[in-house]
Design a protein around this ligand. Structure first.
Ligand SMILES: Nc1ncnc2c1ncn2[C@@H]1O[C@H](COP(=O)(O)OP(=O)(O)O)[C@@H](O)[C@H]1O
Ligand SMILES: N[C@@H](CCOP(=O)(O)O)C(=O)O
Length: 297
């Protein structure tokens, strides 16, 4: 039986739409094995216990592309979920990676991690969750002609990521459907300058610049109306000394970067969130540096 442990990810990091992402120390675990016949899925909602399950469809995608002669007659998948689904924390990327890695091992295909990255990105459509979930740390990536080009960036250990997670879901497909197909040239410049500043600020540990570098005109302004109290929460987080705040992935989770998680910060944000209509949970996270782990048990 394979045990595949995949970290959550926070994509975009403000201006880096479909380009930047980093892994977090929150994990989904998948236990996958071949059985004689059929499909058995446990550990998820009934809605996902069928042939449309993303882990299973990702396995099928791999077999059809790489080893069509090795499609197994039966598969058992057990999911141990810690990453809330549809919250902008890369749960779909964890399922795709688990499926692709399982099929690679079960079919003795021996594809490299880079080839797995390309196939998983082909399924997801963008590399910004897949790449850090696979390799850990922060990844800058682009996807062109079925190939991912990427660089790993070491996130300074002093950065803490406070995920403010609401009790409602926002699917990535819905959050992508509200984006415009064209943007003004000046908005392109606005984002290029901020992505460049963000990356260089992280490398130089020039944390004072992260706040302005997290601003964006490609997606956050279009998506924030889908999230009740988004602007109030962002303002509150900045008043509480966040060094950067952004929409995690396609939302609805709001991510705050802090330099140390002191009691005043956690306590003040908790009492503020209690005044709002929706229930918001806080998870204090660090950057995962290892990425996906596989054990044969
Ligand atoms: N634990 C899980 N079990 C089954 N399917 C899952 C699980 N986690 C995620 N998924 C799949 O991923 C989809 C959510 O992906 P998406 O809308 O991109 O949100 P997220 O930001 O969580 O990645 C679900 O609709 C489902 O297909
Ligand atoms: N770049 C994508 C990232 C989606 O991340 P998710 O965690 O919300 O699936 C986007 O912004 O659509």
């Amino acid at each position: 039986m394979l045990e595949i442990i995949v970290p959550a990810t926070t994509a975009n990091i403000g201006p880096g739409f479909d380009t930047l992402g980093l892994a977090l120390n929150l994990y989904n675990k998948f236990y996958i094995t071949e059985i004689e016949n059929g499909l058995e899925i446990t550990g998820c909602d009934d809605d996902y216990k069928n042939e449309n399950n993303l882990i299973y469809t990702s396995m099928q995608y791999f077999y059809n592309k790489v080893k069509p002669d090795k499609i197994p007659t039966g598969v058992k998948i057990d999911i141990c979920t810690n990453i809330p689904l549809g919250r902008g924390l890369g749960s779909s990327a964890t399922c795709i990676i688990a499926g692709v890695i399982a099929a690679n091992i079960l079919s003795d295909s021996n594809l490299s991690k880079k080839e797995i990255l390309n196939i998983a990105t082909e399924i997801e459509g963008h590399p910004d969750n897949i790449a850090p979930a696979l390799f850990g740390n922060m990844i800058v990536s682009l996807y062109e002609n079925n190939e991912v080009y990427y660089n790993v960036l070491d996130i300074p250990d002093e950065l803490i990521f406070c995920a403010i997670i609401p009790d409602f879901e926002l699917s990535t497909s819905l959050a992508r459907s509200v984006l415009p197909s064209e943007i003004p040239h000046k908005d392109g410049v606005y984002n290029i300058s901020r992505v460049s500043l963000l990356i260089s600020s992280l490398i130089n540990k020039n944390f004072d610049l992260i706040k302005i570098a997290c601003h964006d005109k490609l997606h956050q302004i279009y998506r924030s109306p889908l999230i009740e109290n988004y602007n109030d929460i962002v303002s509150k987080l900045y008043n509480l000394e966040s060094i950067g705040v952004f929409l995690s992935g396609s939302g609805p989770t709001i991510m705050s970067i802090v330099l140390n998680d002191n009691y005043t910060f956690s306590d003040s944000i908790k009492s503020f969130l209690l005044t709002l209509n929706n229930t918001w949970e806080i998870k204090i996270l660090k950057c995962d540096k290892q990425g996906t782990k596989v054990n044969i048990i």
